[in-house]
Design a protein around this ligand. Structure first.
Ligand SMILES: Cc1cc2nc3c(=O)[nH]c(=O)nc-3n(C[C@H](O)[C@H](O)[C@H](O)COP(=O)(O)O)c2cc1C
Length: 388
């Protein structure tokens, strides 16, 4: 099996078959099935919202590569007159720098960018949502919109017109059935004065989902920011989010000095520390870890290997959404050909040391997961025995 994996790694580095999950199941007896916002997925790897999901052509490349899901760039909510309270987030900025970012002795990657949300018209966004809807309906690629809605300071009321108009317009484009939707709480928001008050953040998380739902039938993923407070407050944010179907955990860190969001190993360390059940550092052994109720989790942040996908899964994440990994220089991928999406999938699944297949074998050997009718299942990592 190991020799087979080495061979597949080599040949799929030249061309990755679109239906690689079927190959993995047949050849390795591994079921990579995963879930995102209630959608069954052939494998757990999707694309987080950002500059890589602005155009139909980008969705087409992802579909051809066999990516499991894509979240469209975040649009800024508006009311019927076009007014946007969060207009400061609809800025136009194209320049992005893909850079190394060091954390202790580990080198990761980060994208430095001063831009924020969707900067074209709302009608343009609705046109992209129609493309996403058709891809999702046909079963080719789950593709869902993302919105940043008005977030008031403590004594201010919510601008419900913006919630209702934006959700209603998206839901009408989507047509039958619930509209799958992410609500983005972004790192630039974490760096904004609006987020200085813990109570203001907890109020948003308690009230925003119901306000979104008032505008239409929605299946809602709330993408939580990393607030500028400690791990215990971050857990409070998870526990205090009311009425979400899934939580996306957690968007990038904010560097106050440089005024930019960043990722890399600091981000995955923080995210996994907050999510690990039973760990509540600094607060004594009698304090339980995260209490997230029955809400589903989706991981994001420095997913740079199959090993990292497994780490997020062991913390309860049914799938992961990557962004930085799709922007690296071509020399950073082990494959020699293919789109960046194909190259990422190839590395995440087939790398003989840190790919998902190899890592699932490790968890099996350590007795954390077992076989069902001869098959290992990715989703069993969510309930893996913790020891070892
Ligand atoms: C340039 C850039 C733009 C992004 N824009 C958005 C956005 O509009 N909405 C959003 O929810 N997340 C956005 N993100 C966050 C990513 O979707 C992702 O959750 C985050 O970068 C962590 O994953 P990564 O470490 O794989 O990049 C952006 C990230 C980057 C690097």
């Amino acid at each position: 099996m190991r020799a087979q994996l080495e061979r597949d790694f080599e040949r799929f580095g030249r061309e990755l078959p679109r239906d690689f999950p079927a190959h993995v199941r047949e050849r390795y007896h591994i079921d990579l099935s995963a879930r995102y916002l209630g959608f069954p997925l052939p494998h757990p790897i999707g694309k987080g919202s950002g500059q890589l999901s602005l155009h139909e052509s980008q969705l087409e490349i992802d579909h051809q590569a066999g990516l499991a899901f894509v979240v469209l760039k975040t649009v800024i909510a508006q009311d019927a007159s076009g007014a946007q309270t969060m207009k400061a987030w609809a800025t136009h900025e194209t320049k992005m720098e893909v850079e190394r970012r060091r954390s202790g002795d580990r080198e990761g990657w980060t994208v430095t960018w001063k831009g924020r949300g969707w900067d074209r018209s709302f009608d343009d966004y609705l046109a992209l949502v129609r493309v996403a809807r058709d891809l999702t309906r046909s079963g080719e690629l789950v593709a869902v919109p993302s919105v940043k809605y008005h977030l008031p300071v403590l004594d201010e009321p919510f601008r419900d017109e913006e919630y209702q108009f934006t959700t209603g317009a998206l839901a009408r484009q989507w047509g039958a059935g619930p509209l799958p939707l992410e609500k983005d709480f972004s790192p630039t928001l974490a760096g904004d004065a609006r987020s200085d008050e813990r109570e203001a953040i907890l109020r948003w998380l308690a009230e925003v989902p119901a306000r979104i739902r008032a505008g239409g039938d929605v299946r809602l993923g709330v993408k939580l920011m990393n607030a500028r407070f400690d791990d215990d407050f971050q857990r409070k944010m998870v526990e205090g989010t009311k009425g979400a179907d899934a939580l996306i955990v957690f968007n990038r860190l904010f560097d106050v000095e440089q005024g930019v969001a960043y990722g890399g190993w600091d981000l995955s360390d923080r995210n996994l520390r907050v999510l690990t059940p039973g760990i509540s550092p600094g607060s004594g052994s009698d304090t339980p870890g995260l209490r997230r109720g029955s809400v589903n989790l989706v991981g994001t942040g420095n997913v740079c290997s199959g090993r990292m996908i497994a780490e997020y899964a062991r913390c309860g994440c049914e799938s992961v959404q990557l962004h930085t990994a799709f922007q690296l220089p071509l020399s950073a991928y082990p494959s020699t050909d293919g789109s960046r999406t194909q190259r990422v999938l190839h590395q995440m699944i087939f790398d003989p040391t840190d790919g998902l297949i190899a890592v699932l074998w490790e968890h099996e050997a350590a007795g954390r997961i077992g076989r069902h009718d001869g098959e290992l299942r990715f989703l069993d990592l969510l309930h893996a025995h913790p020891q070892g």
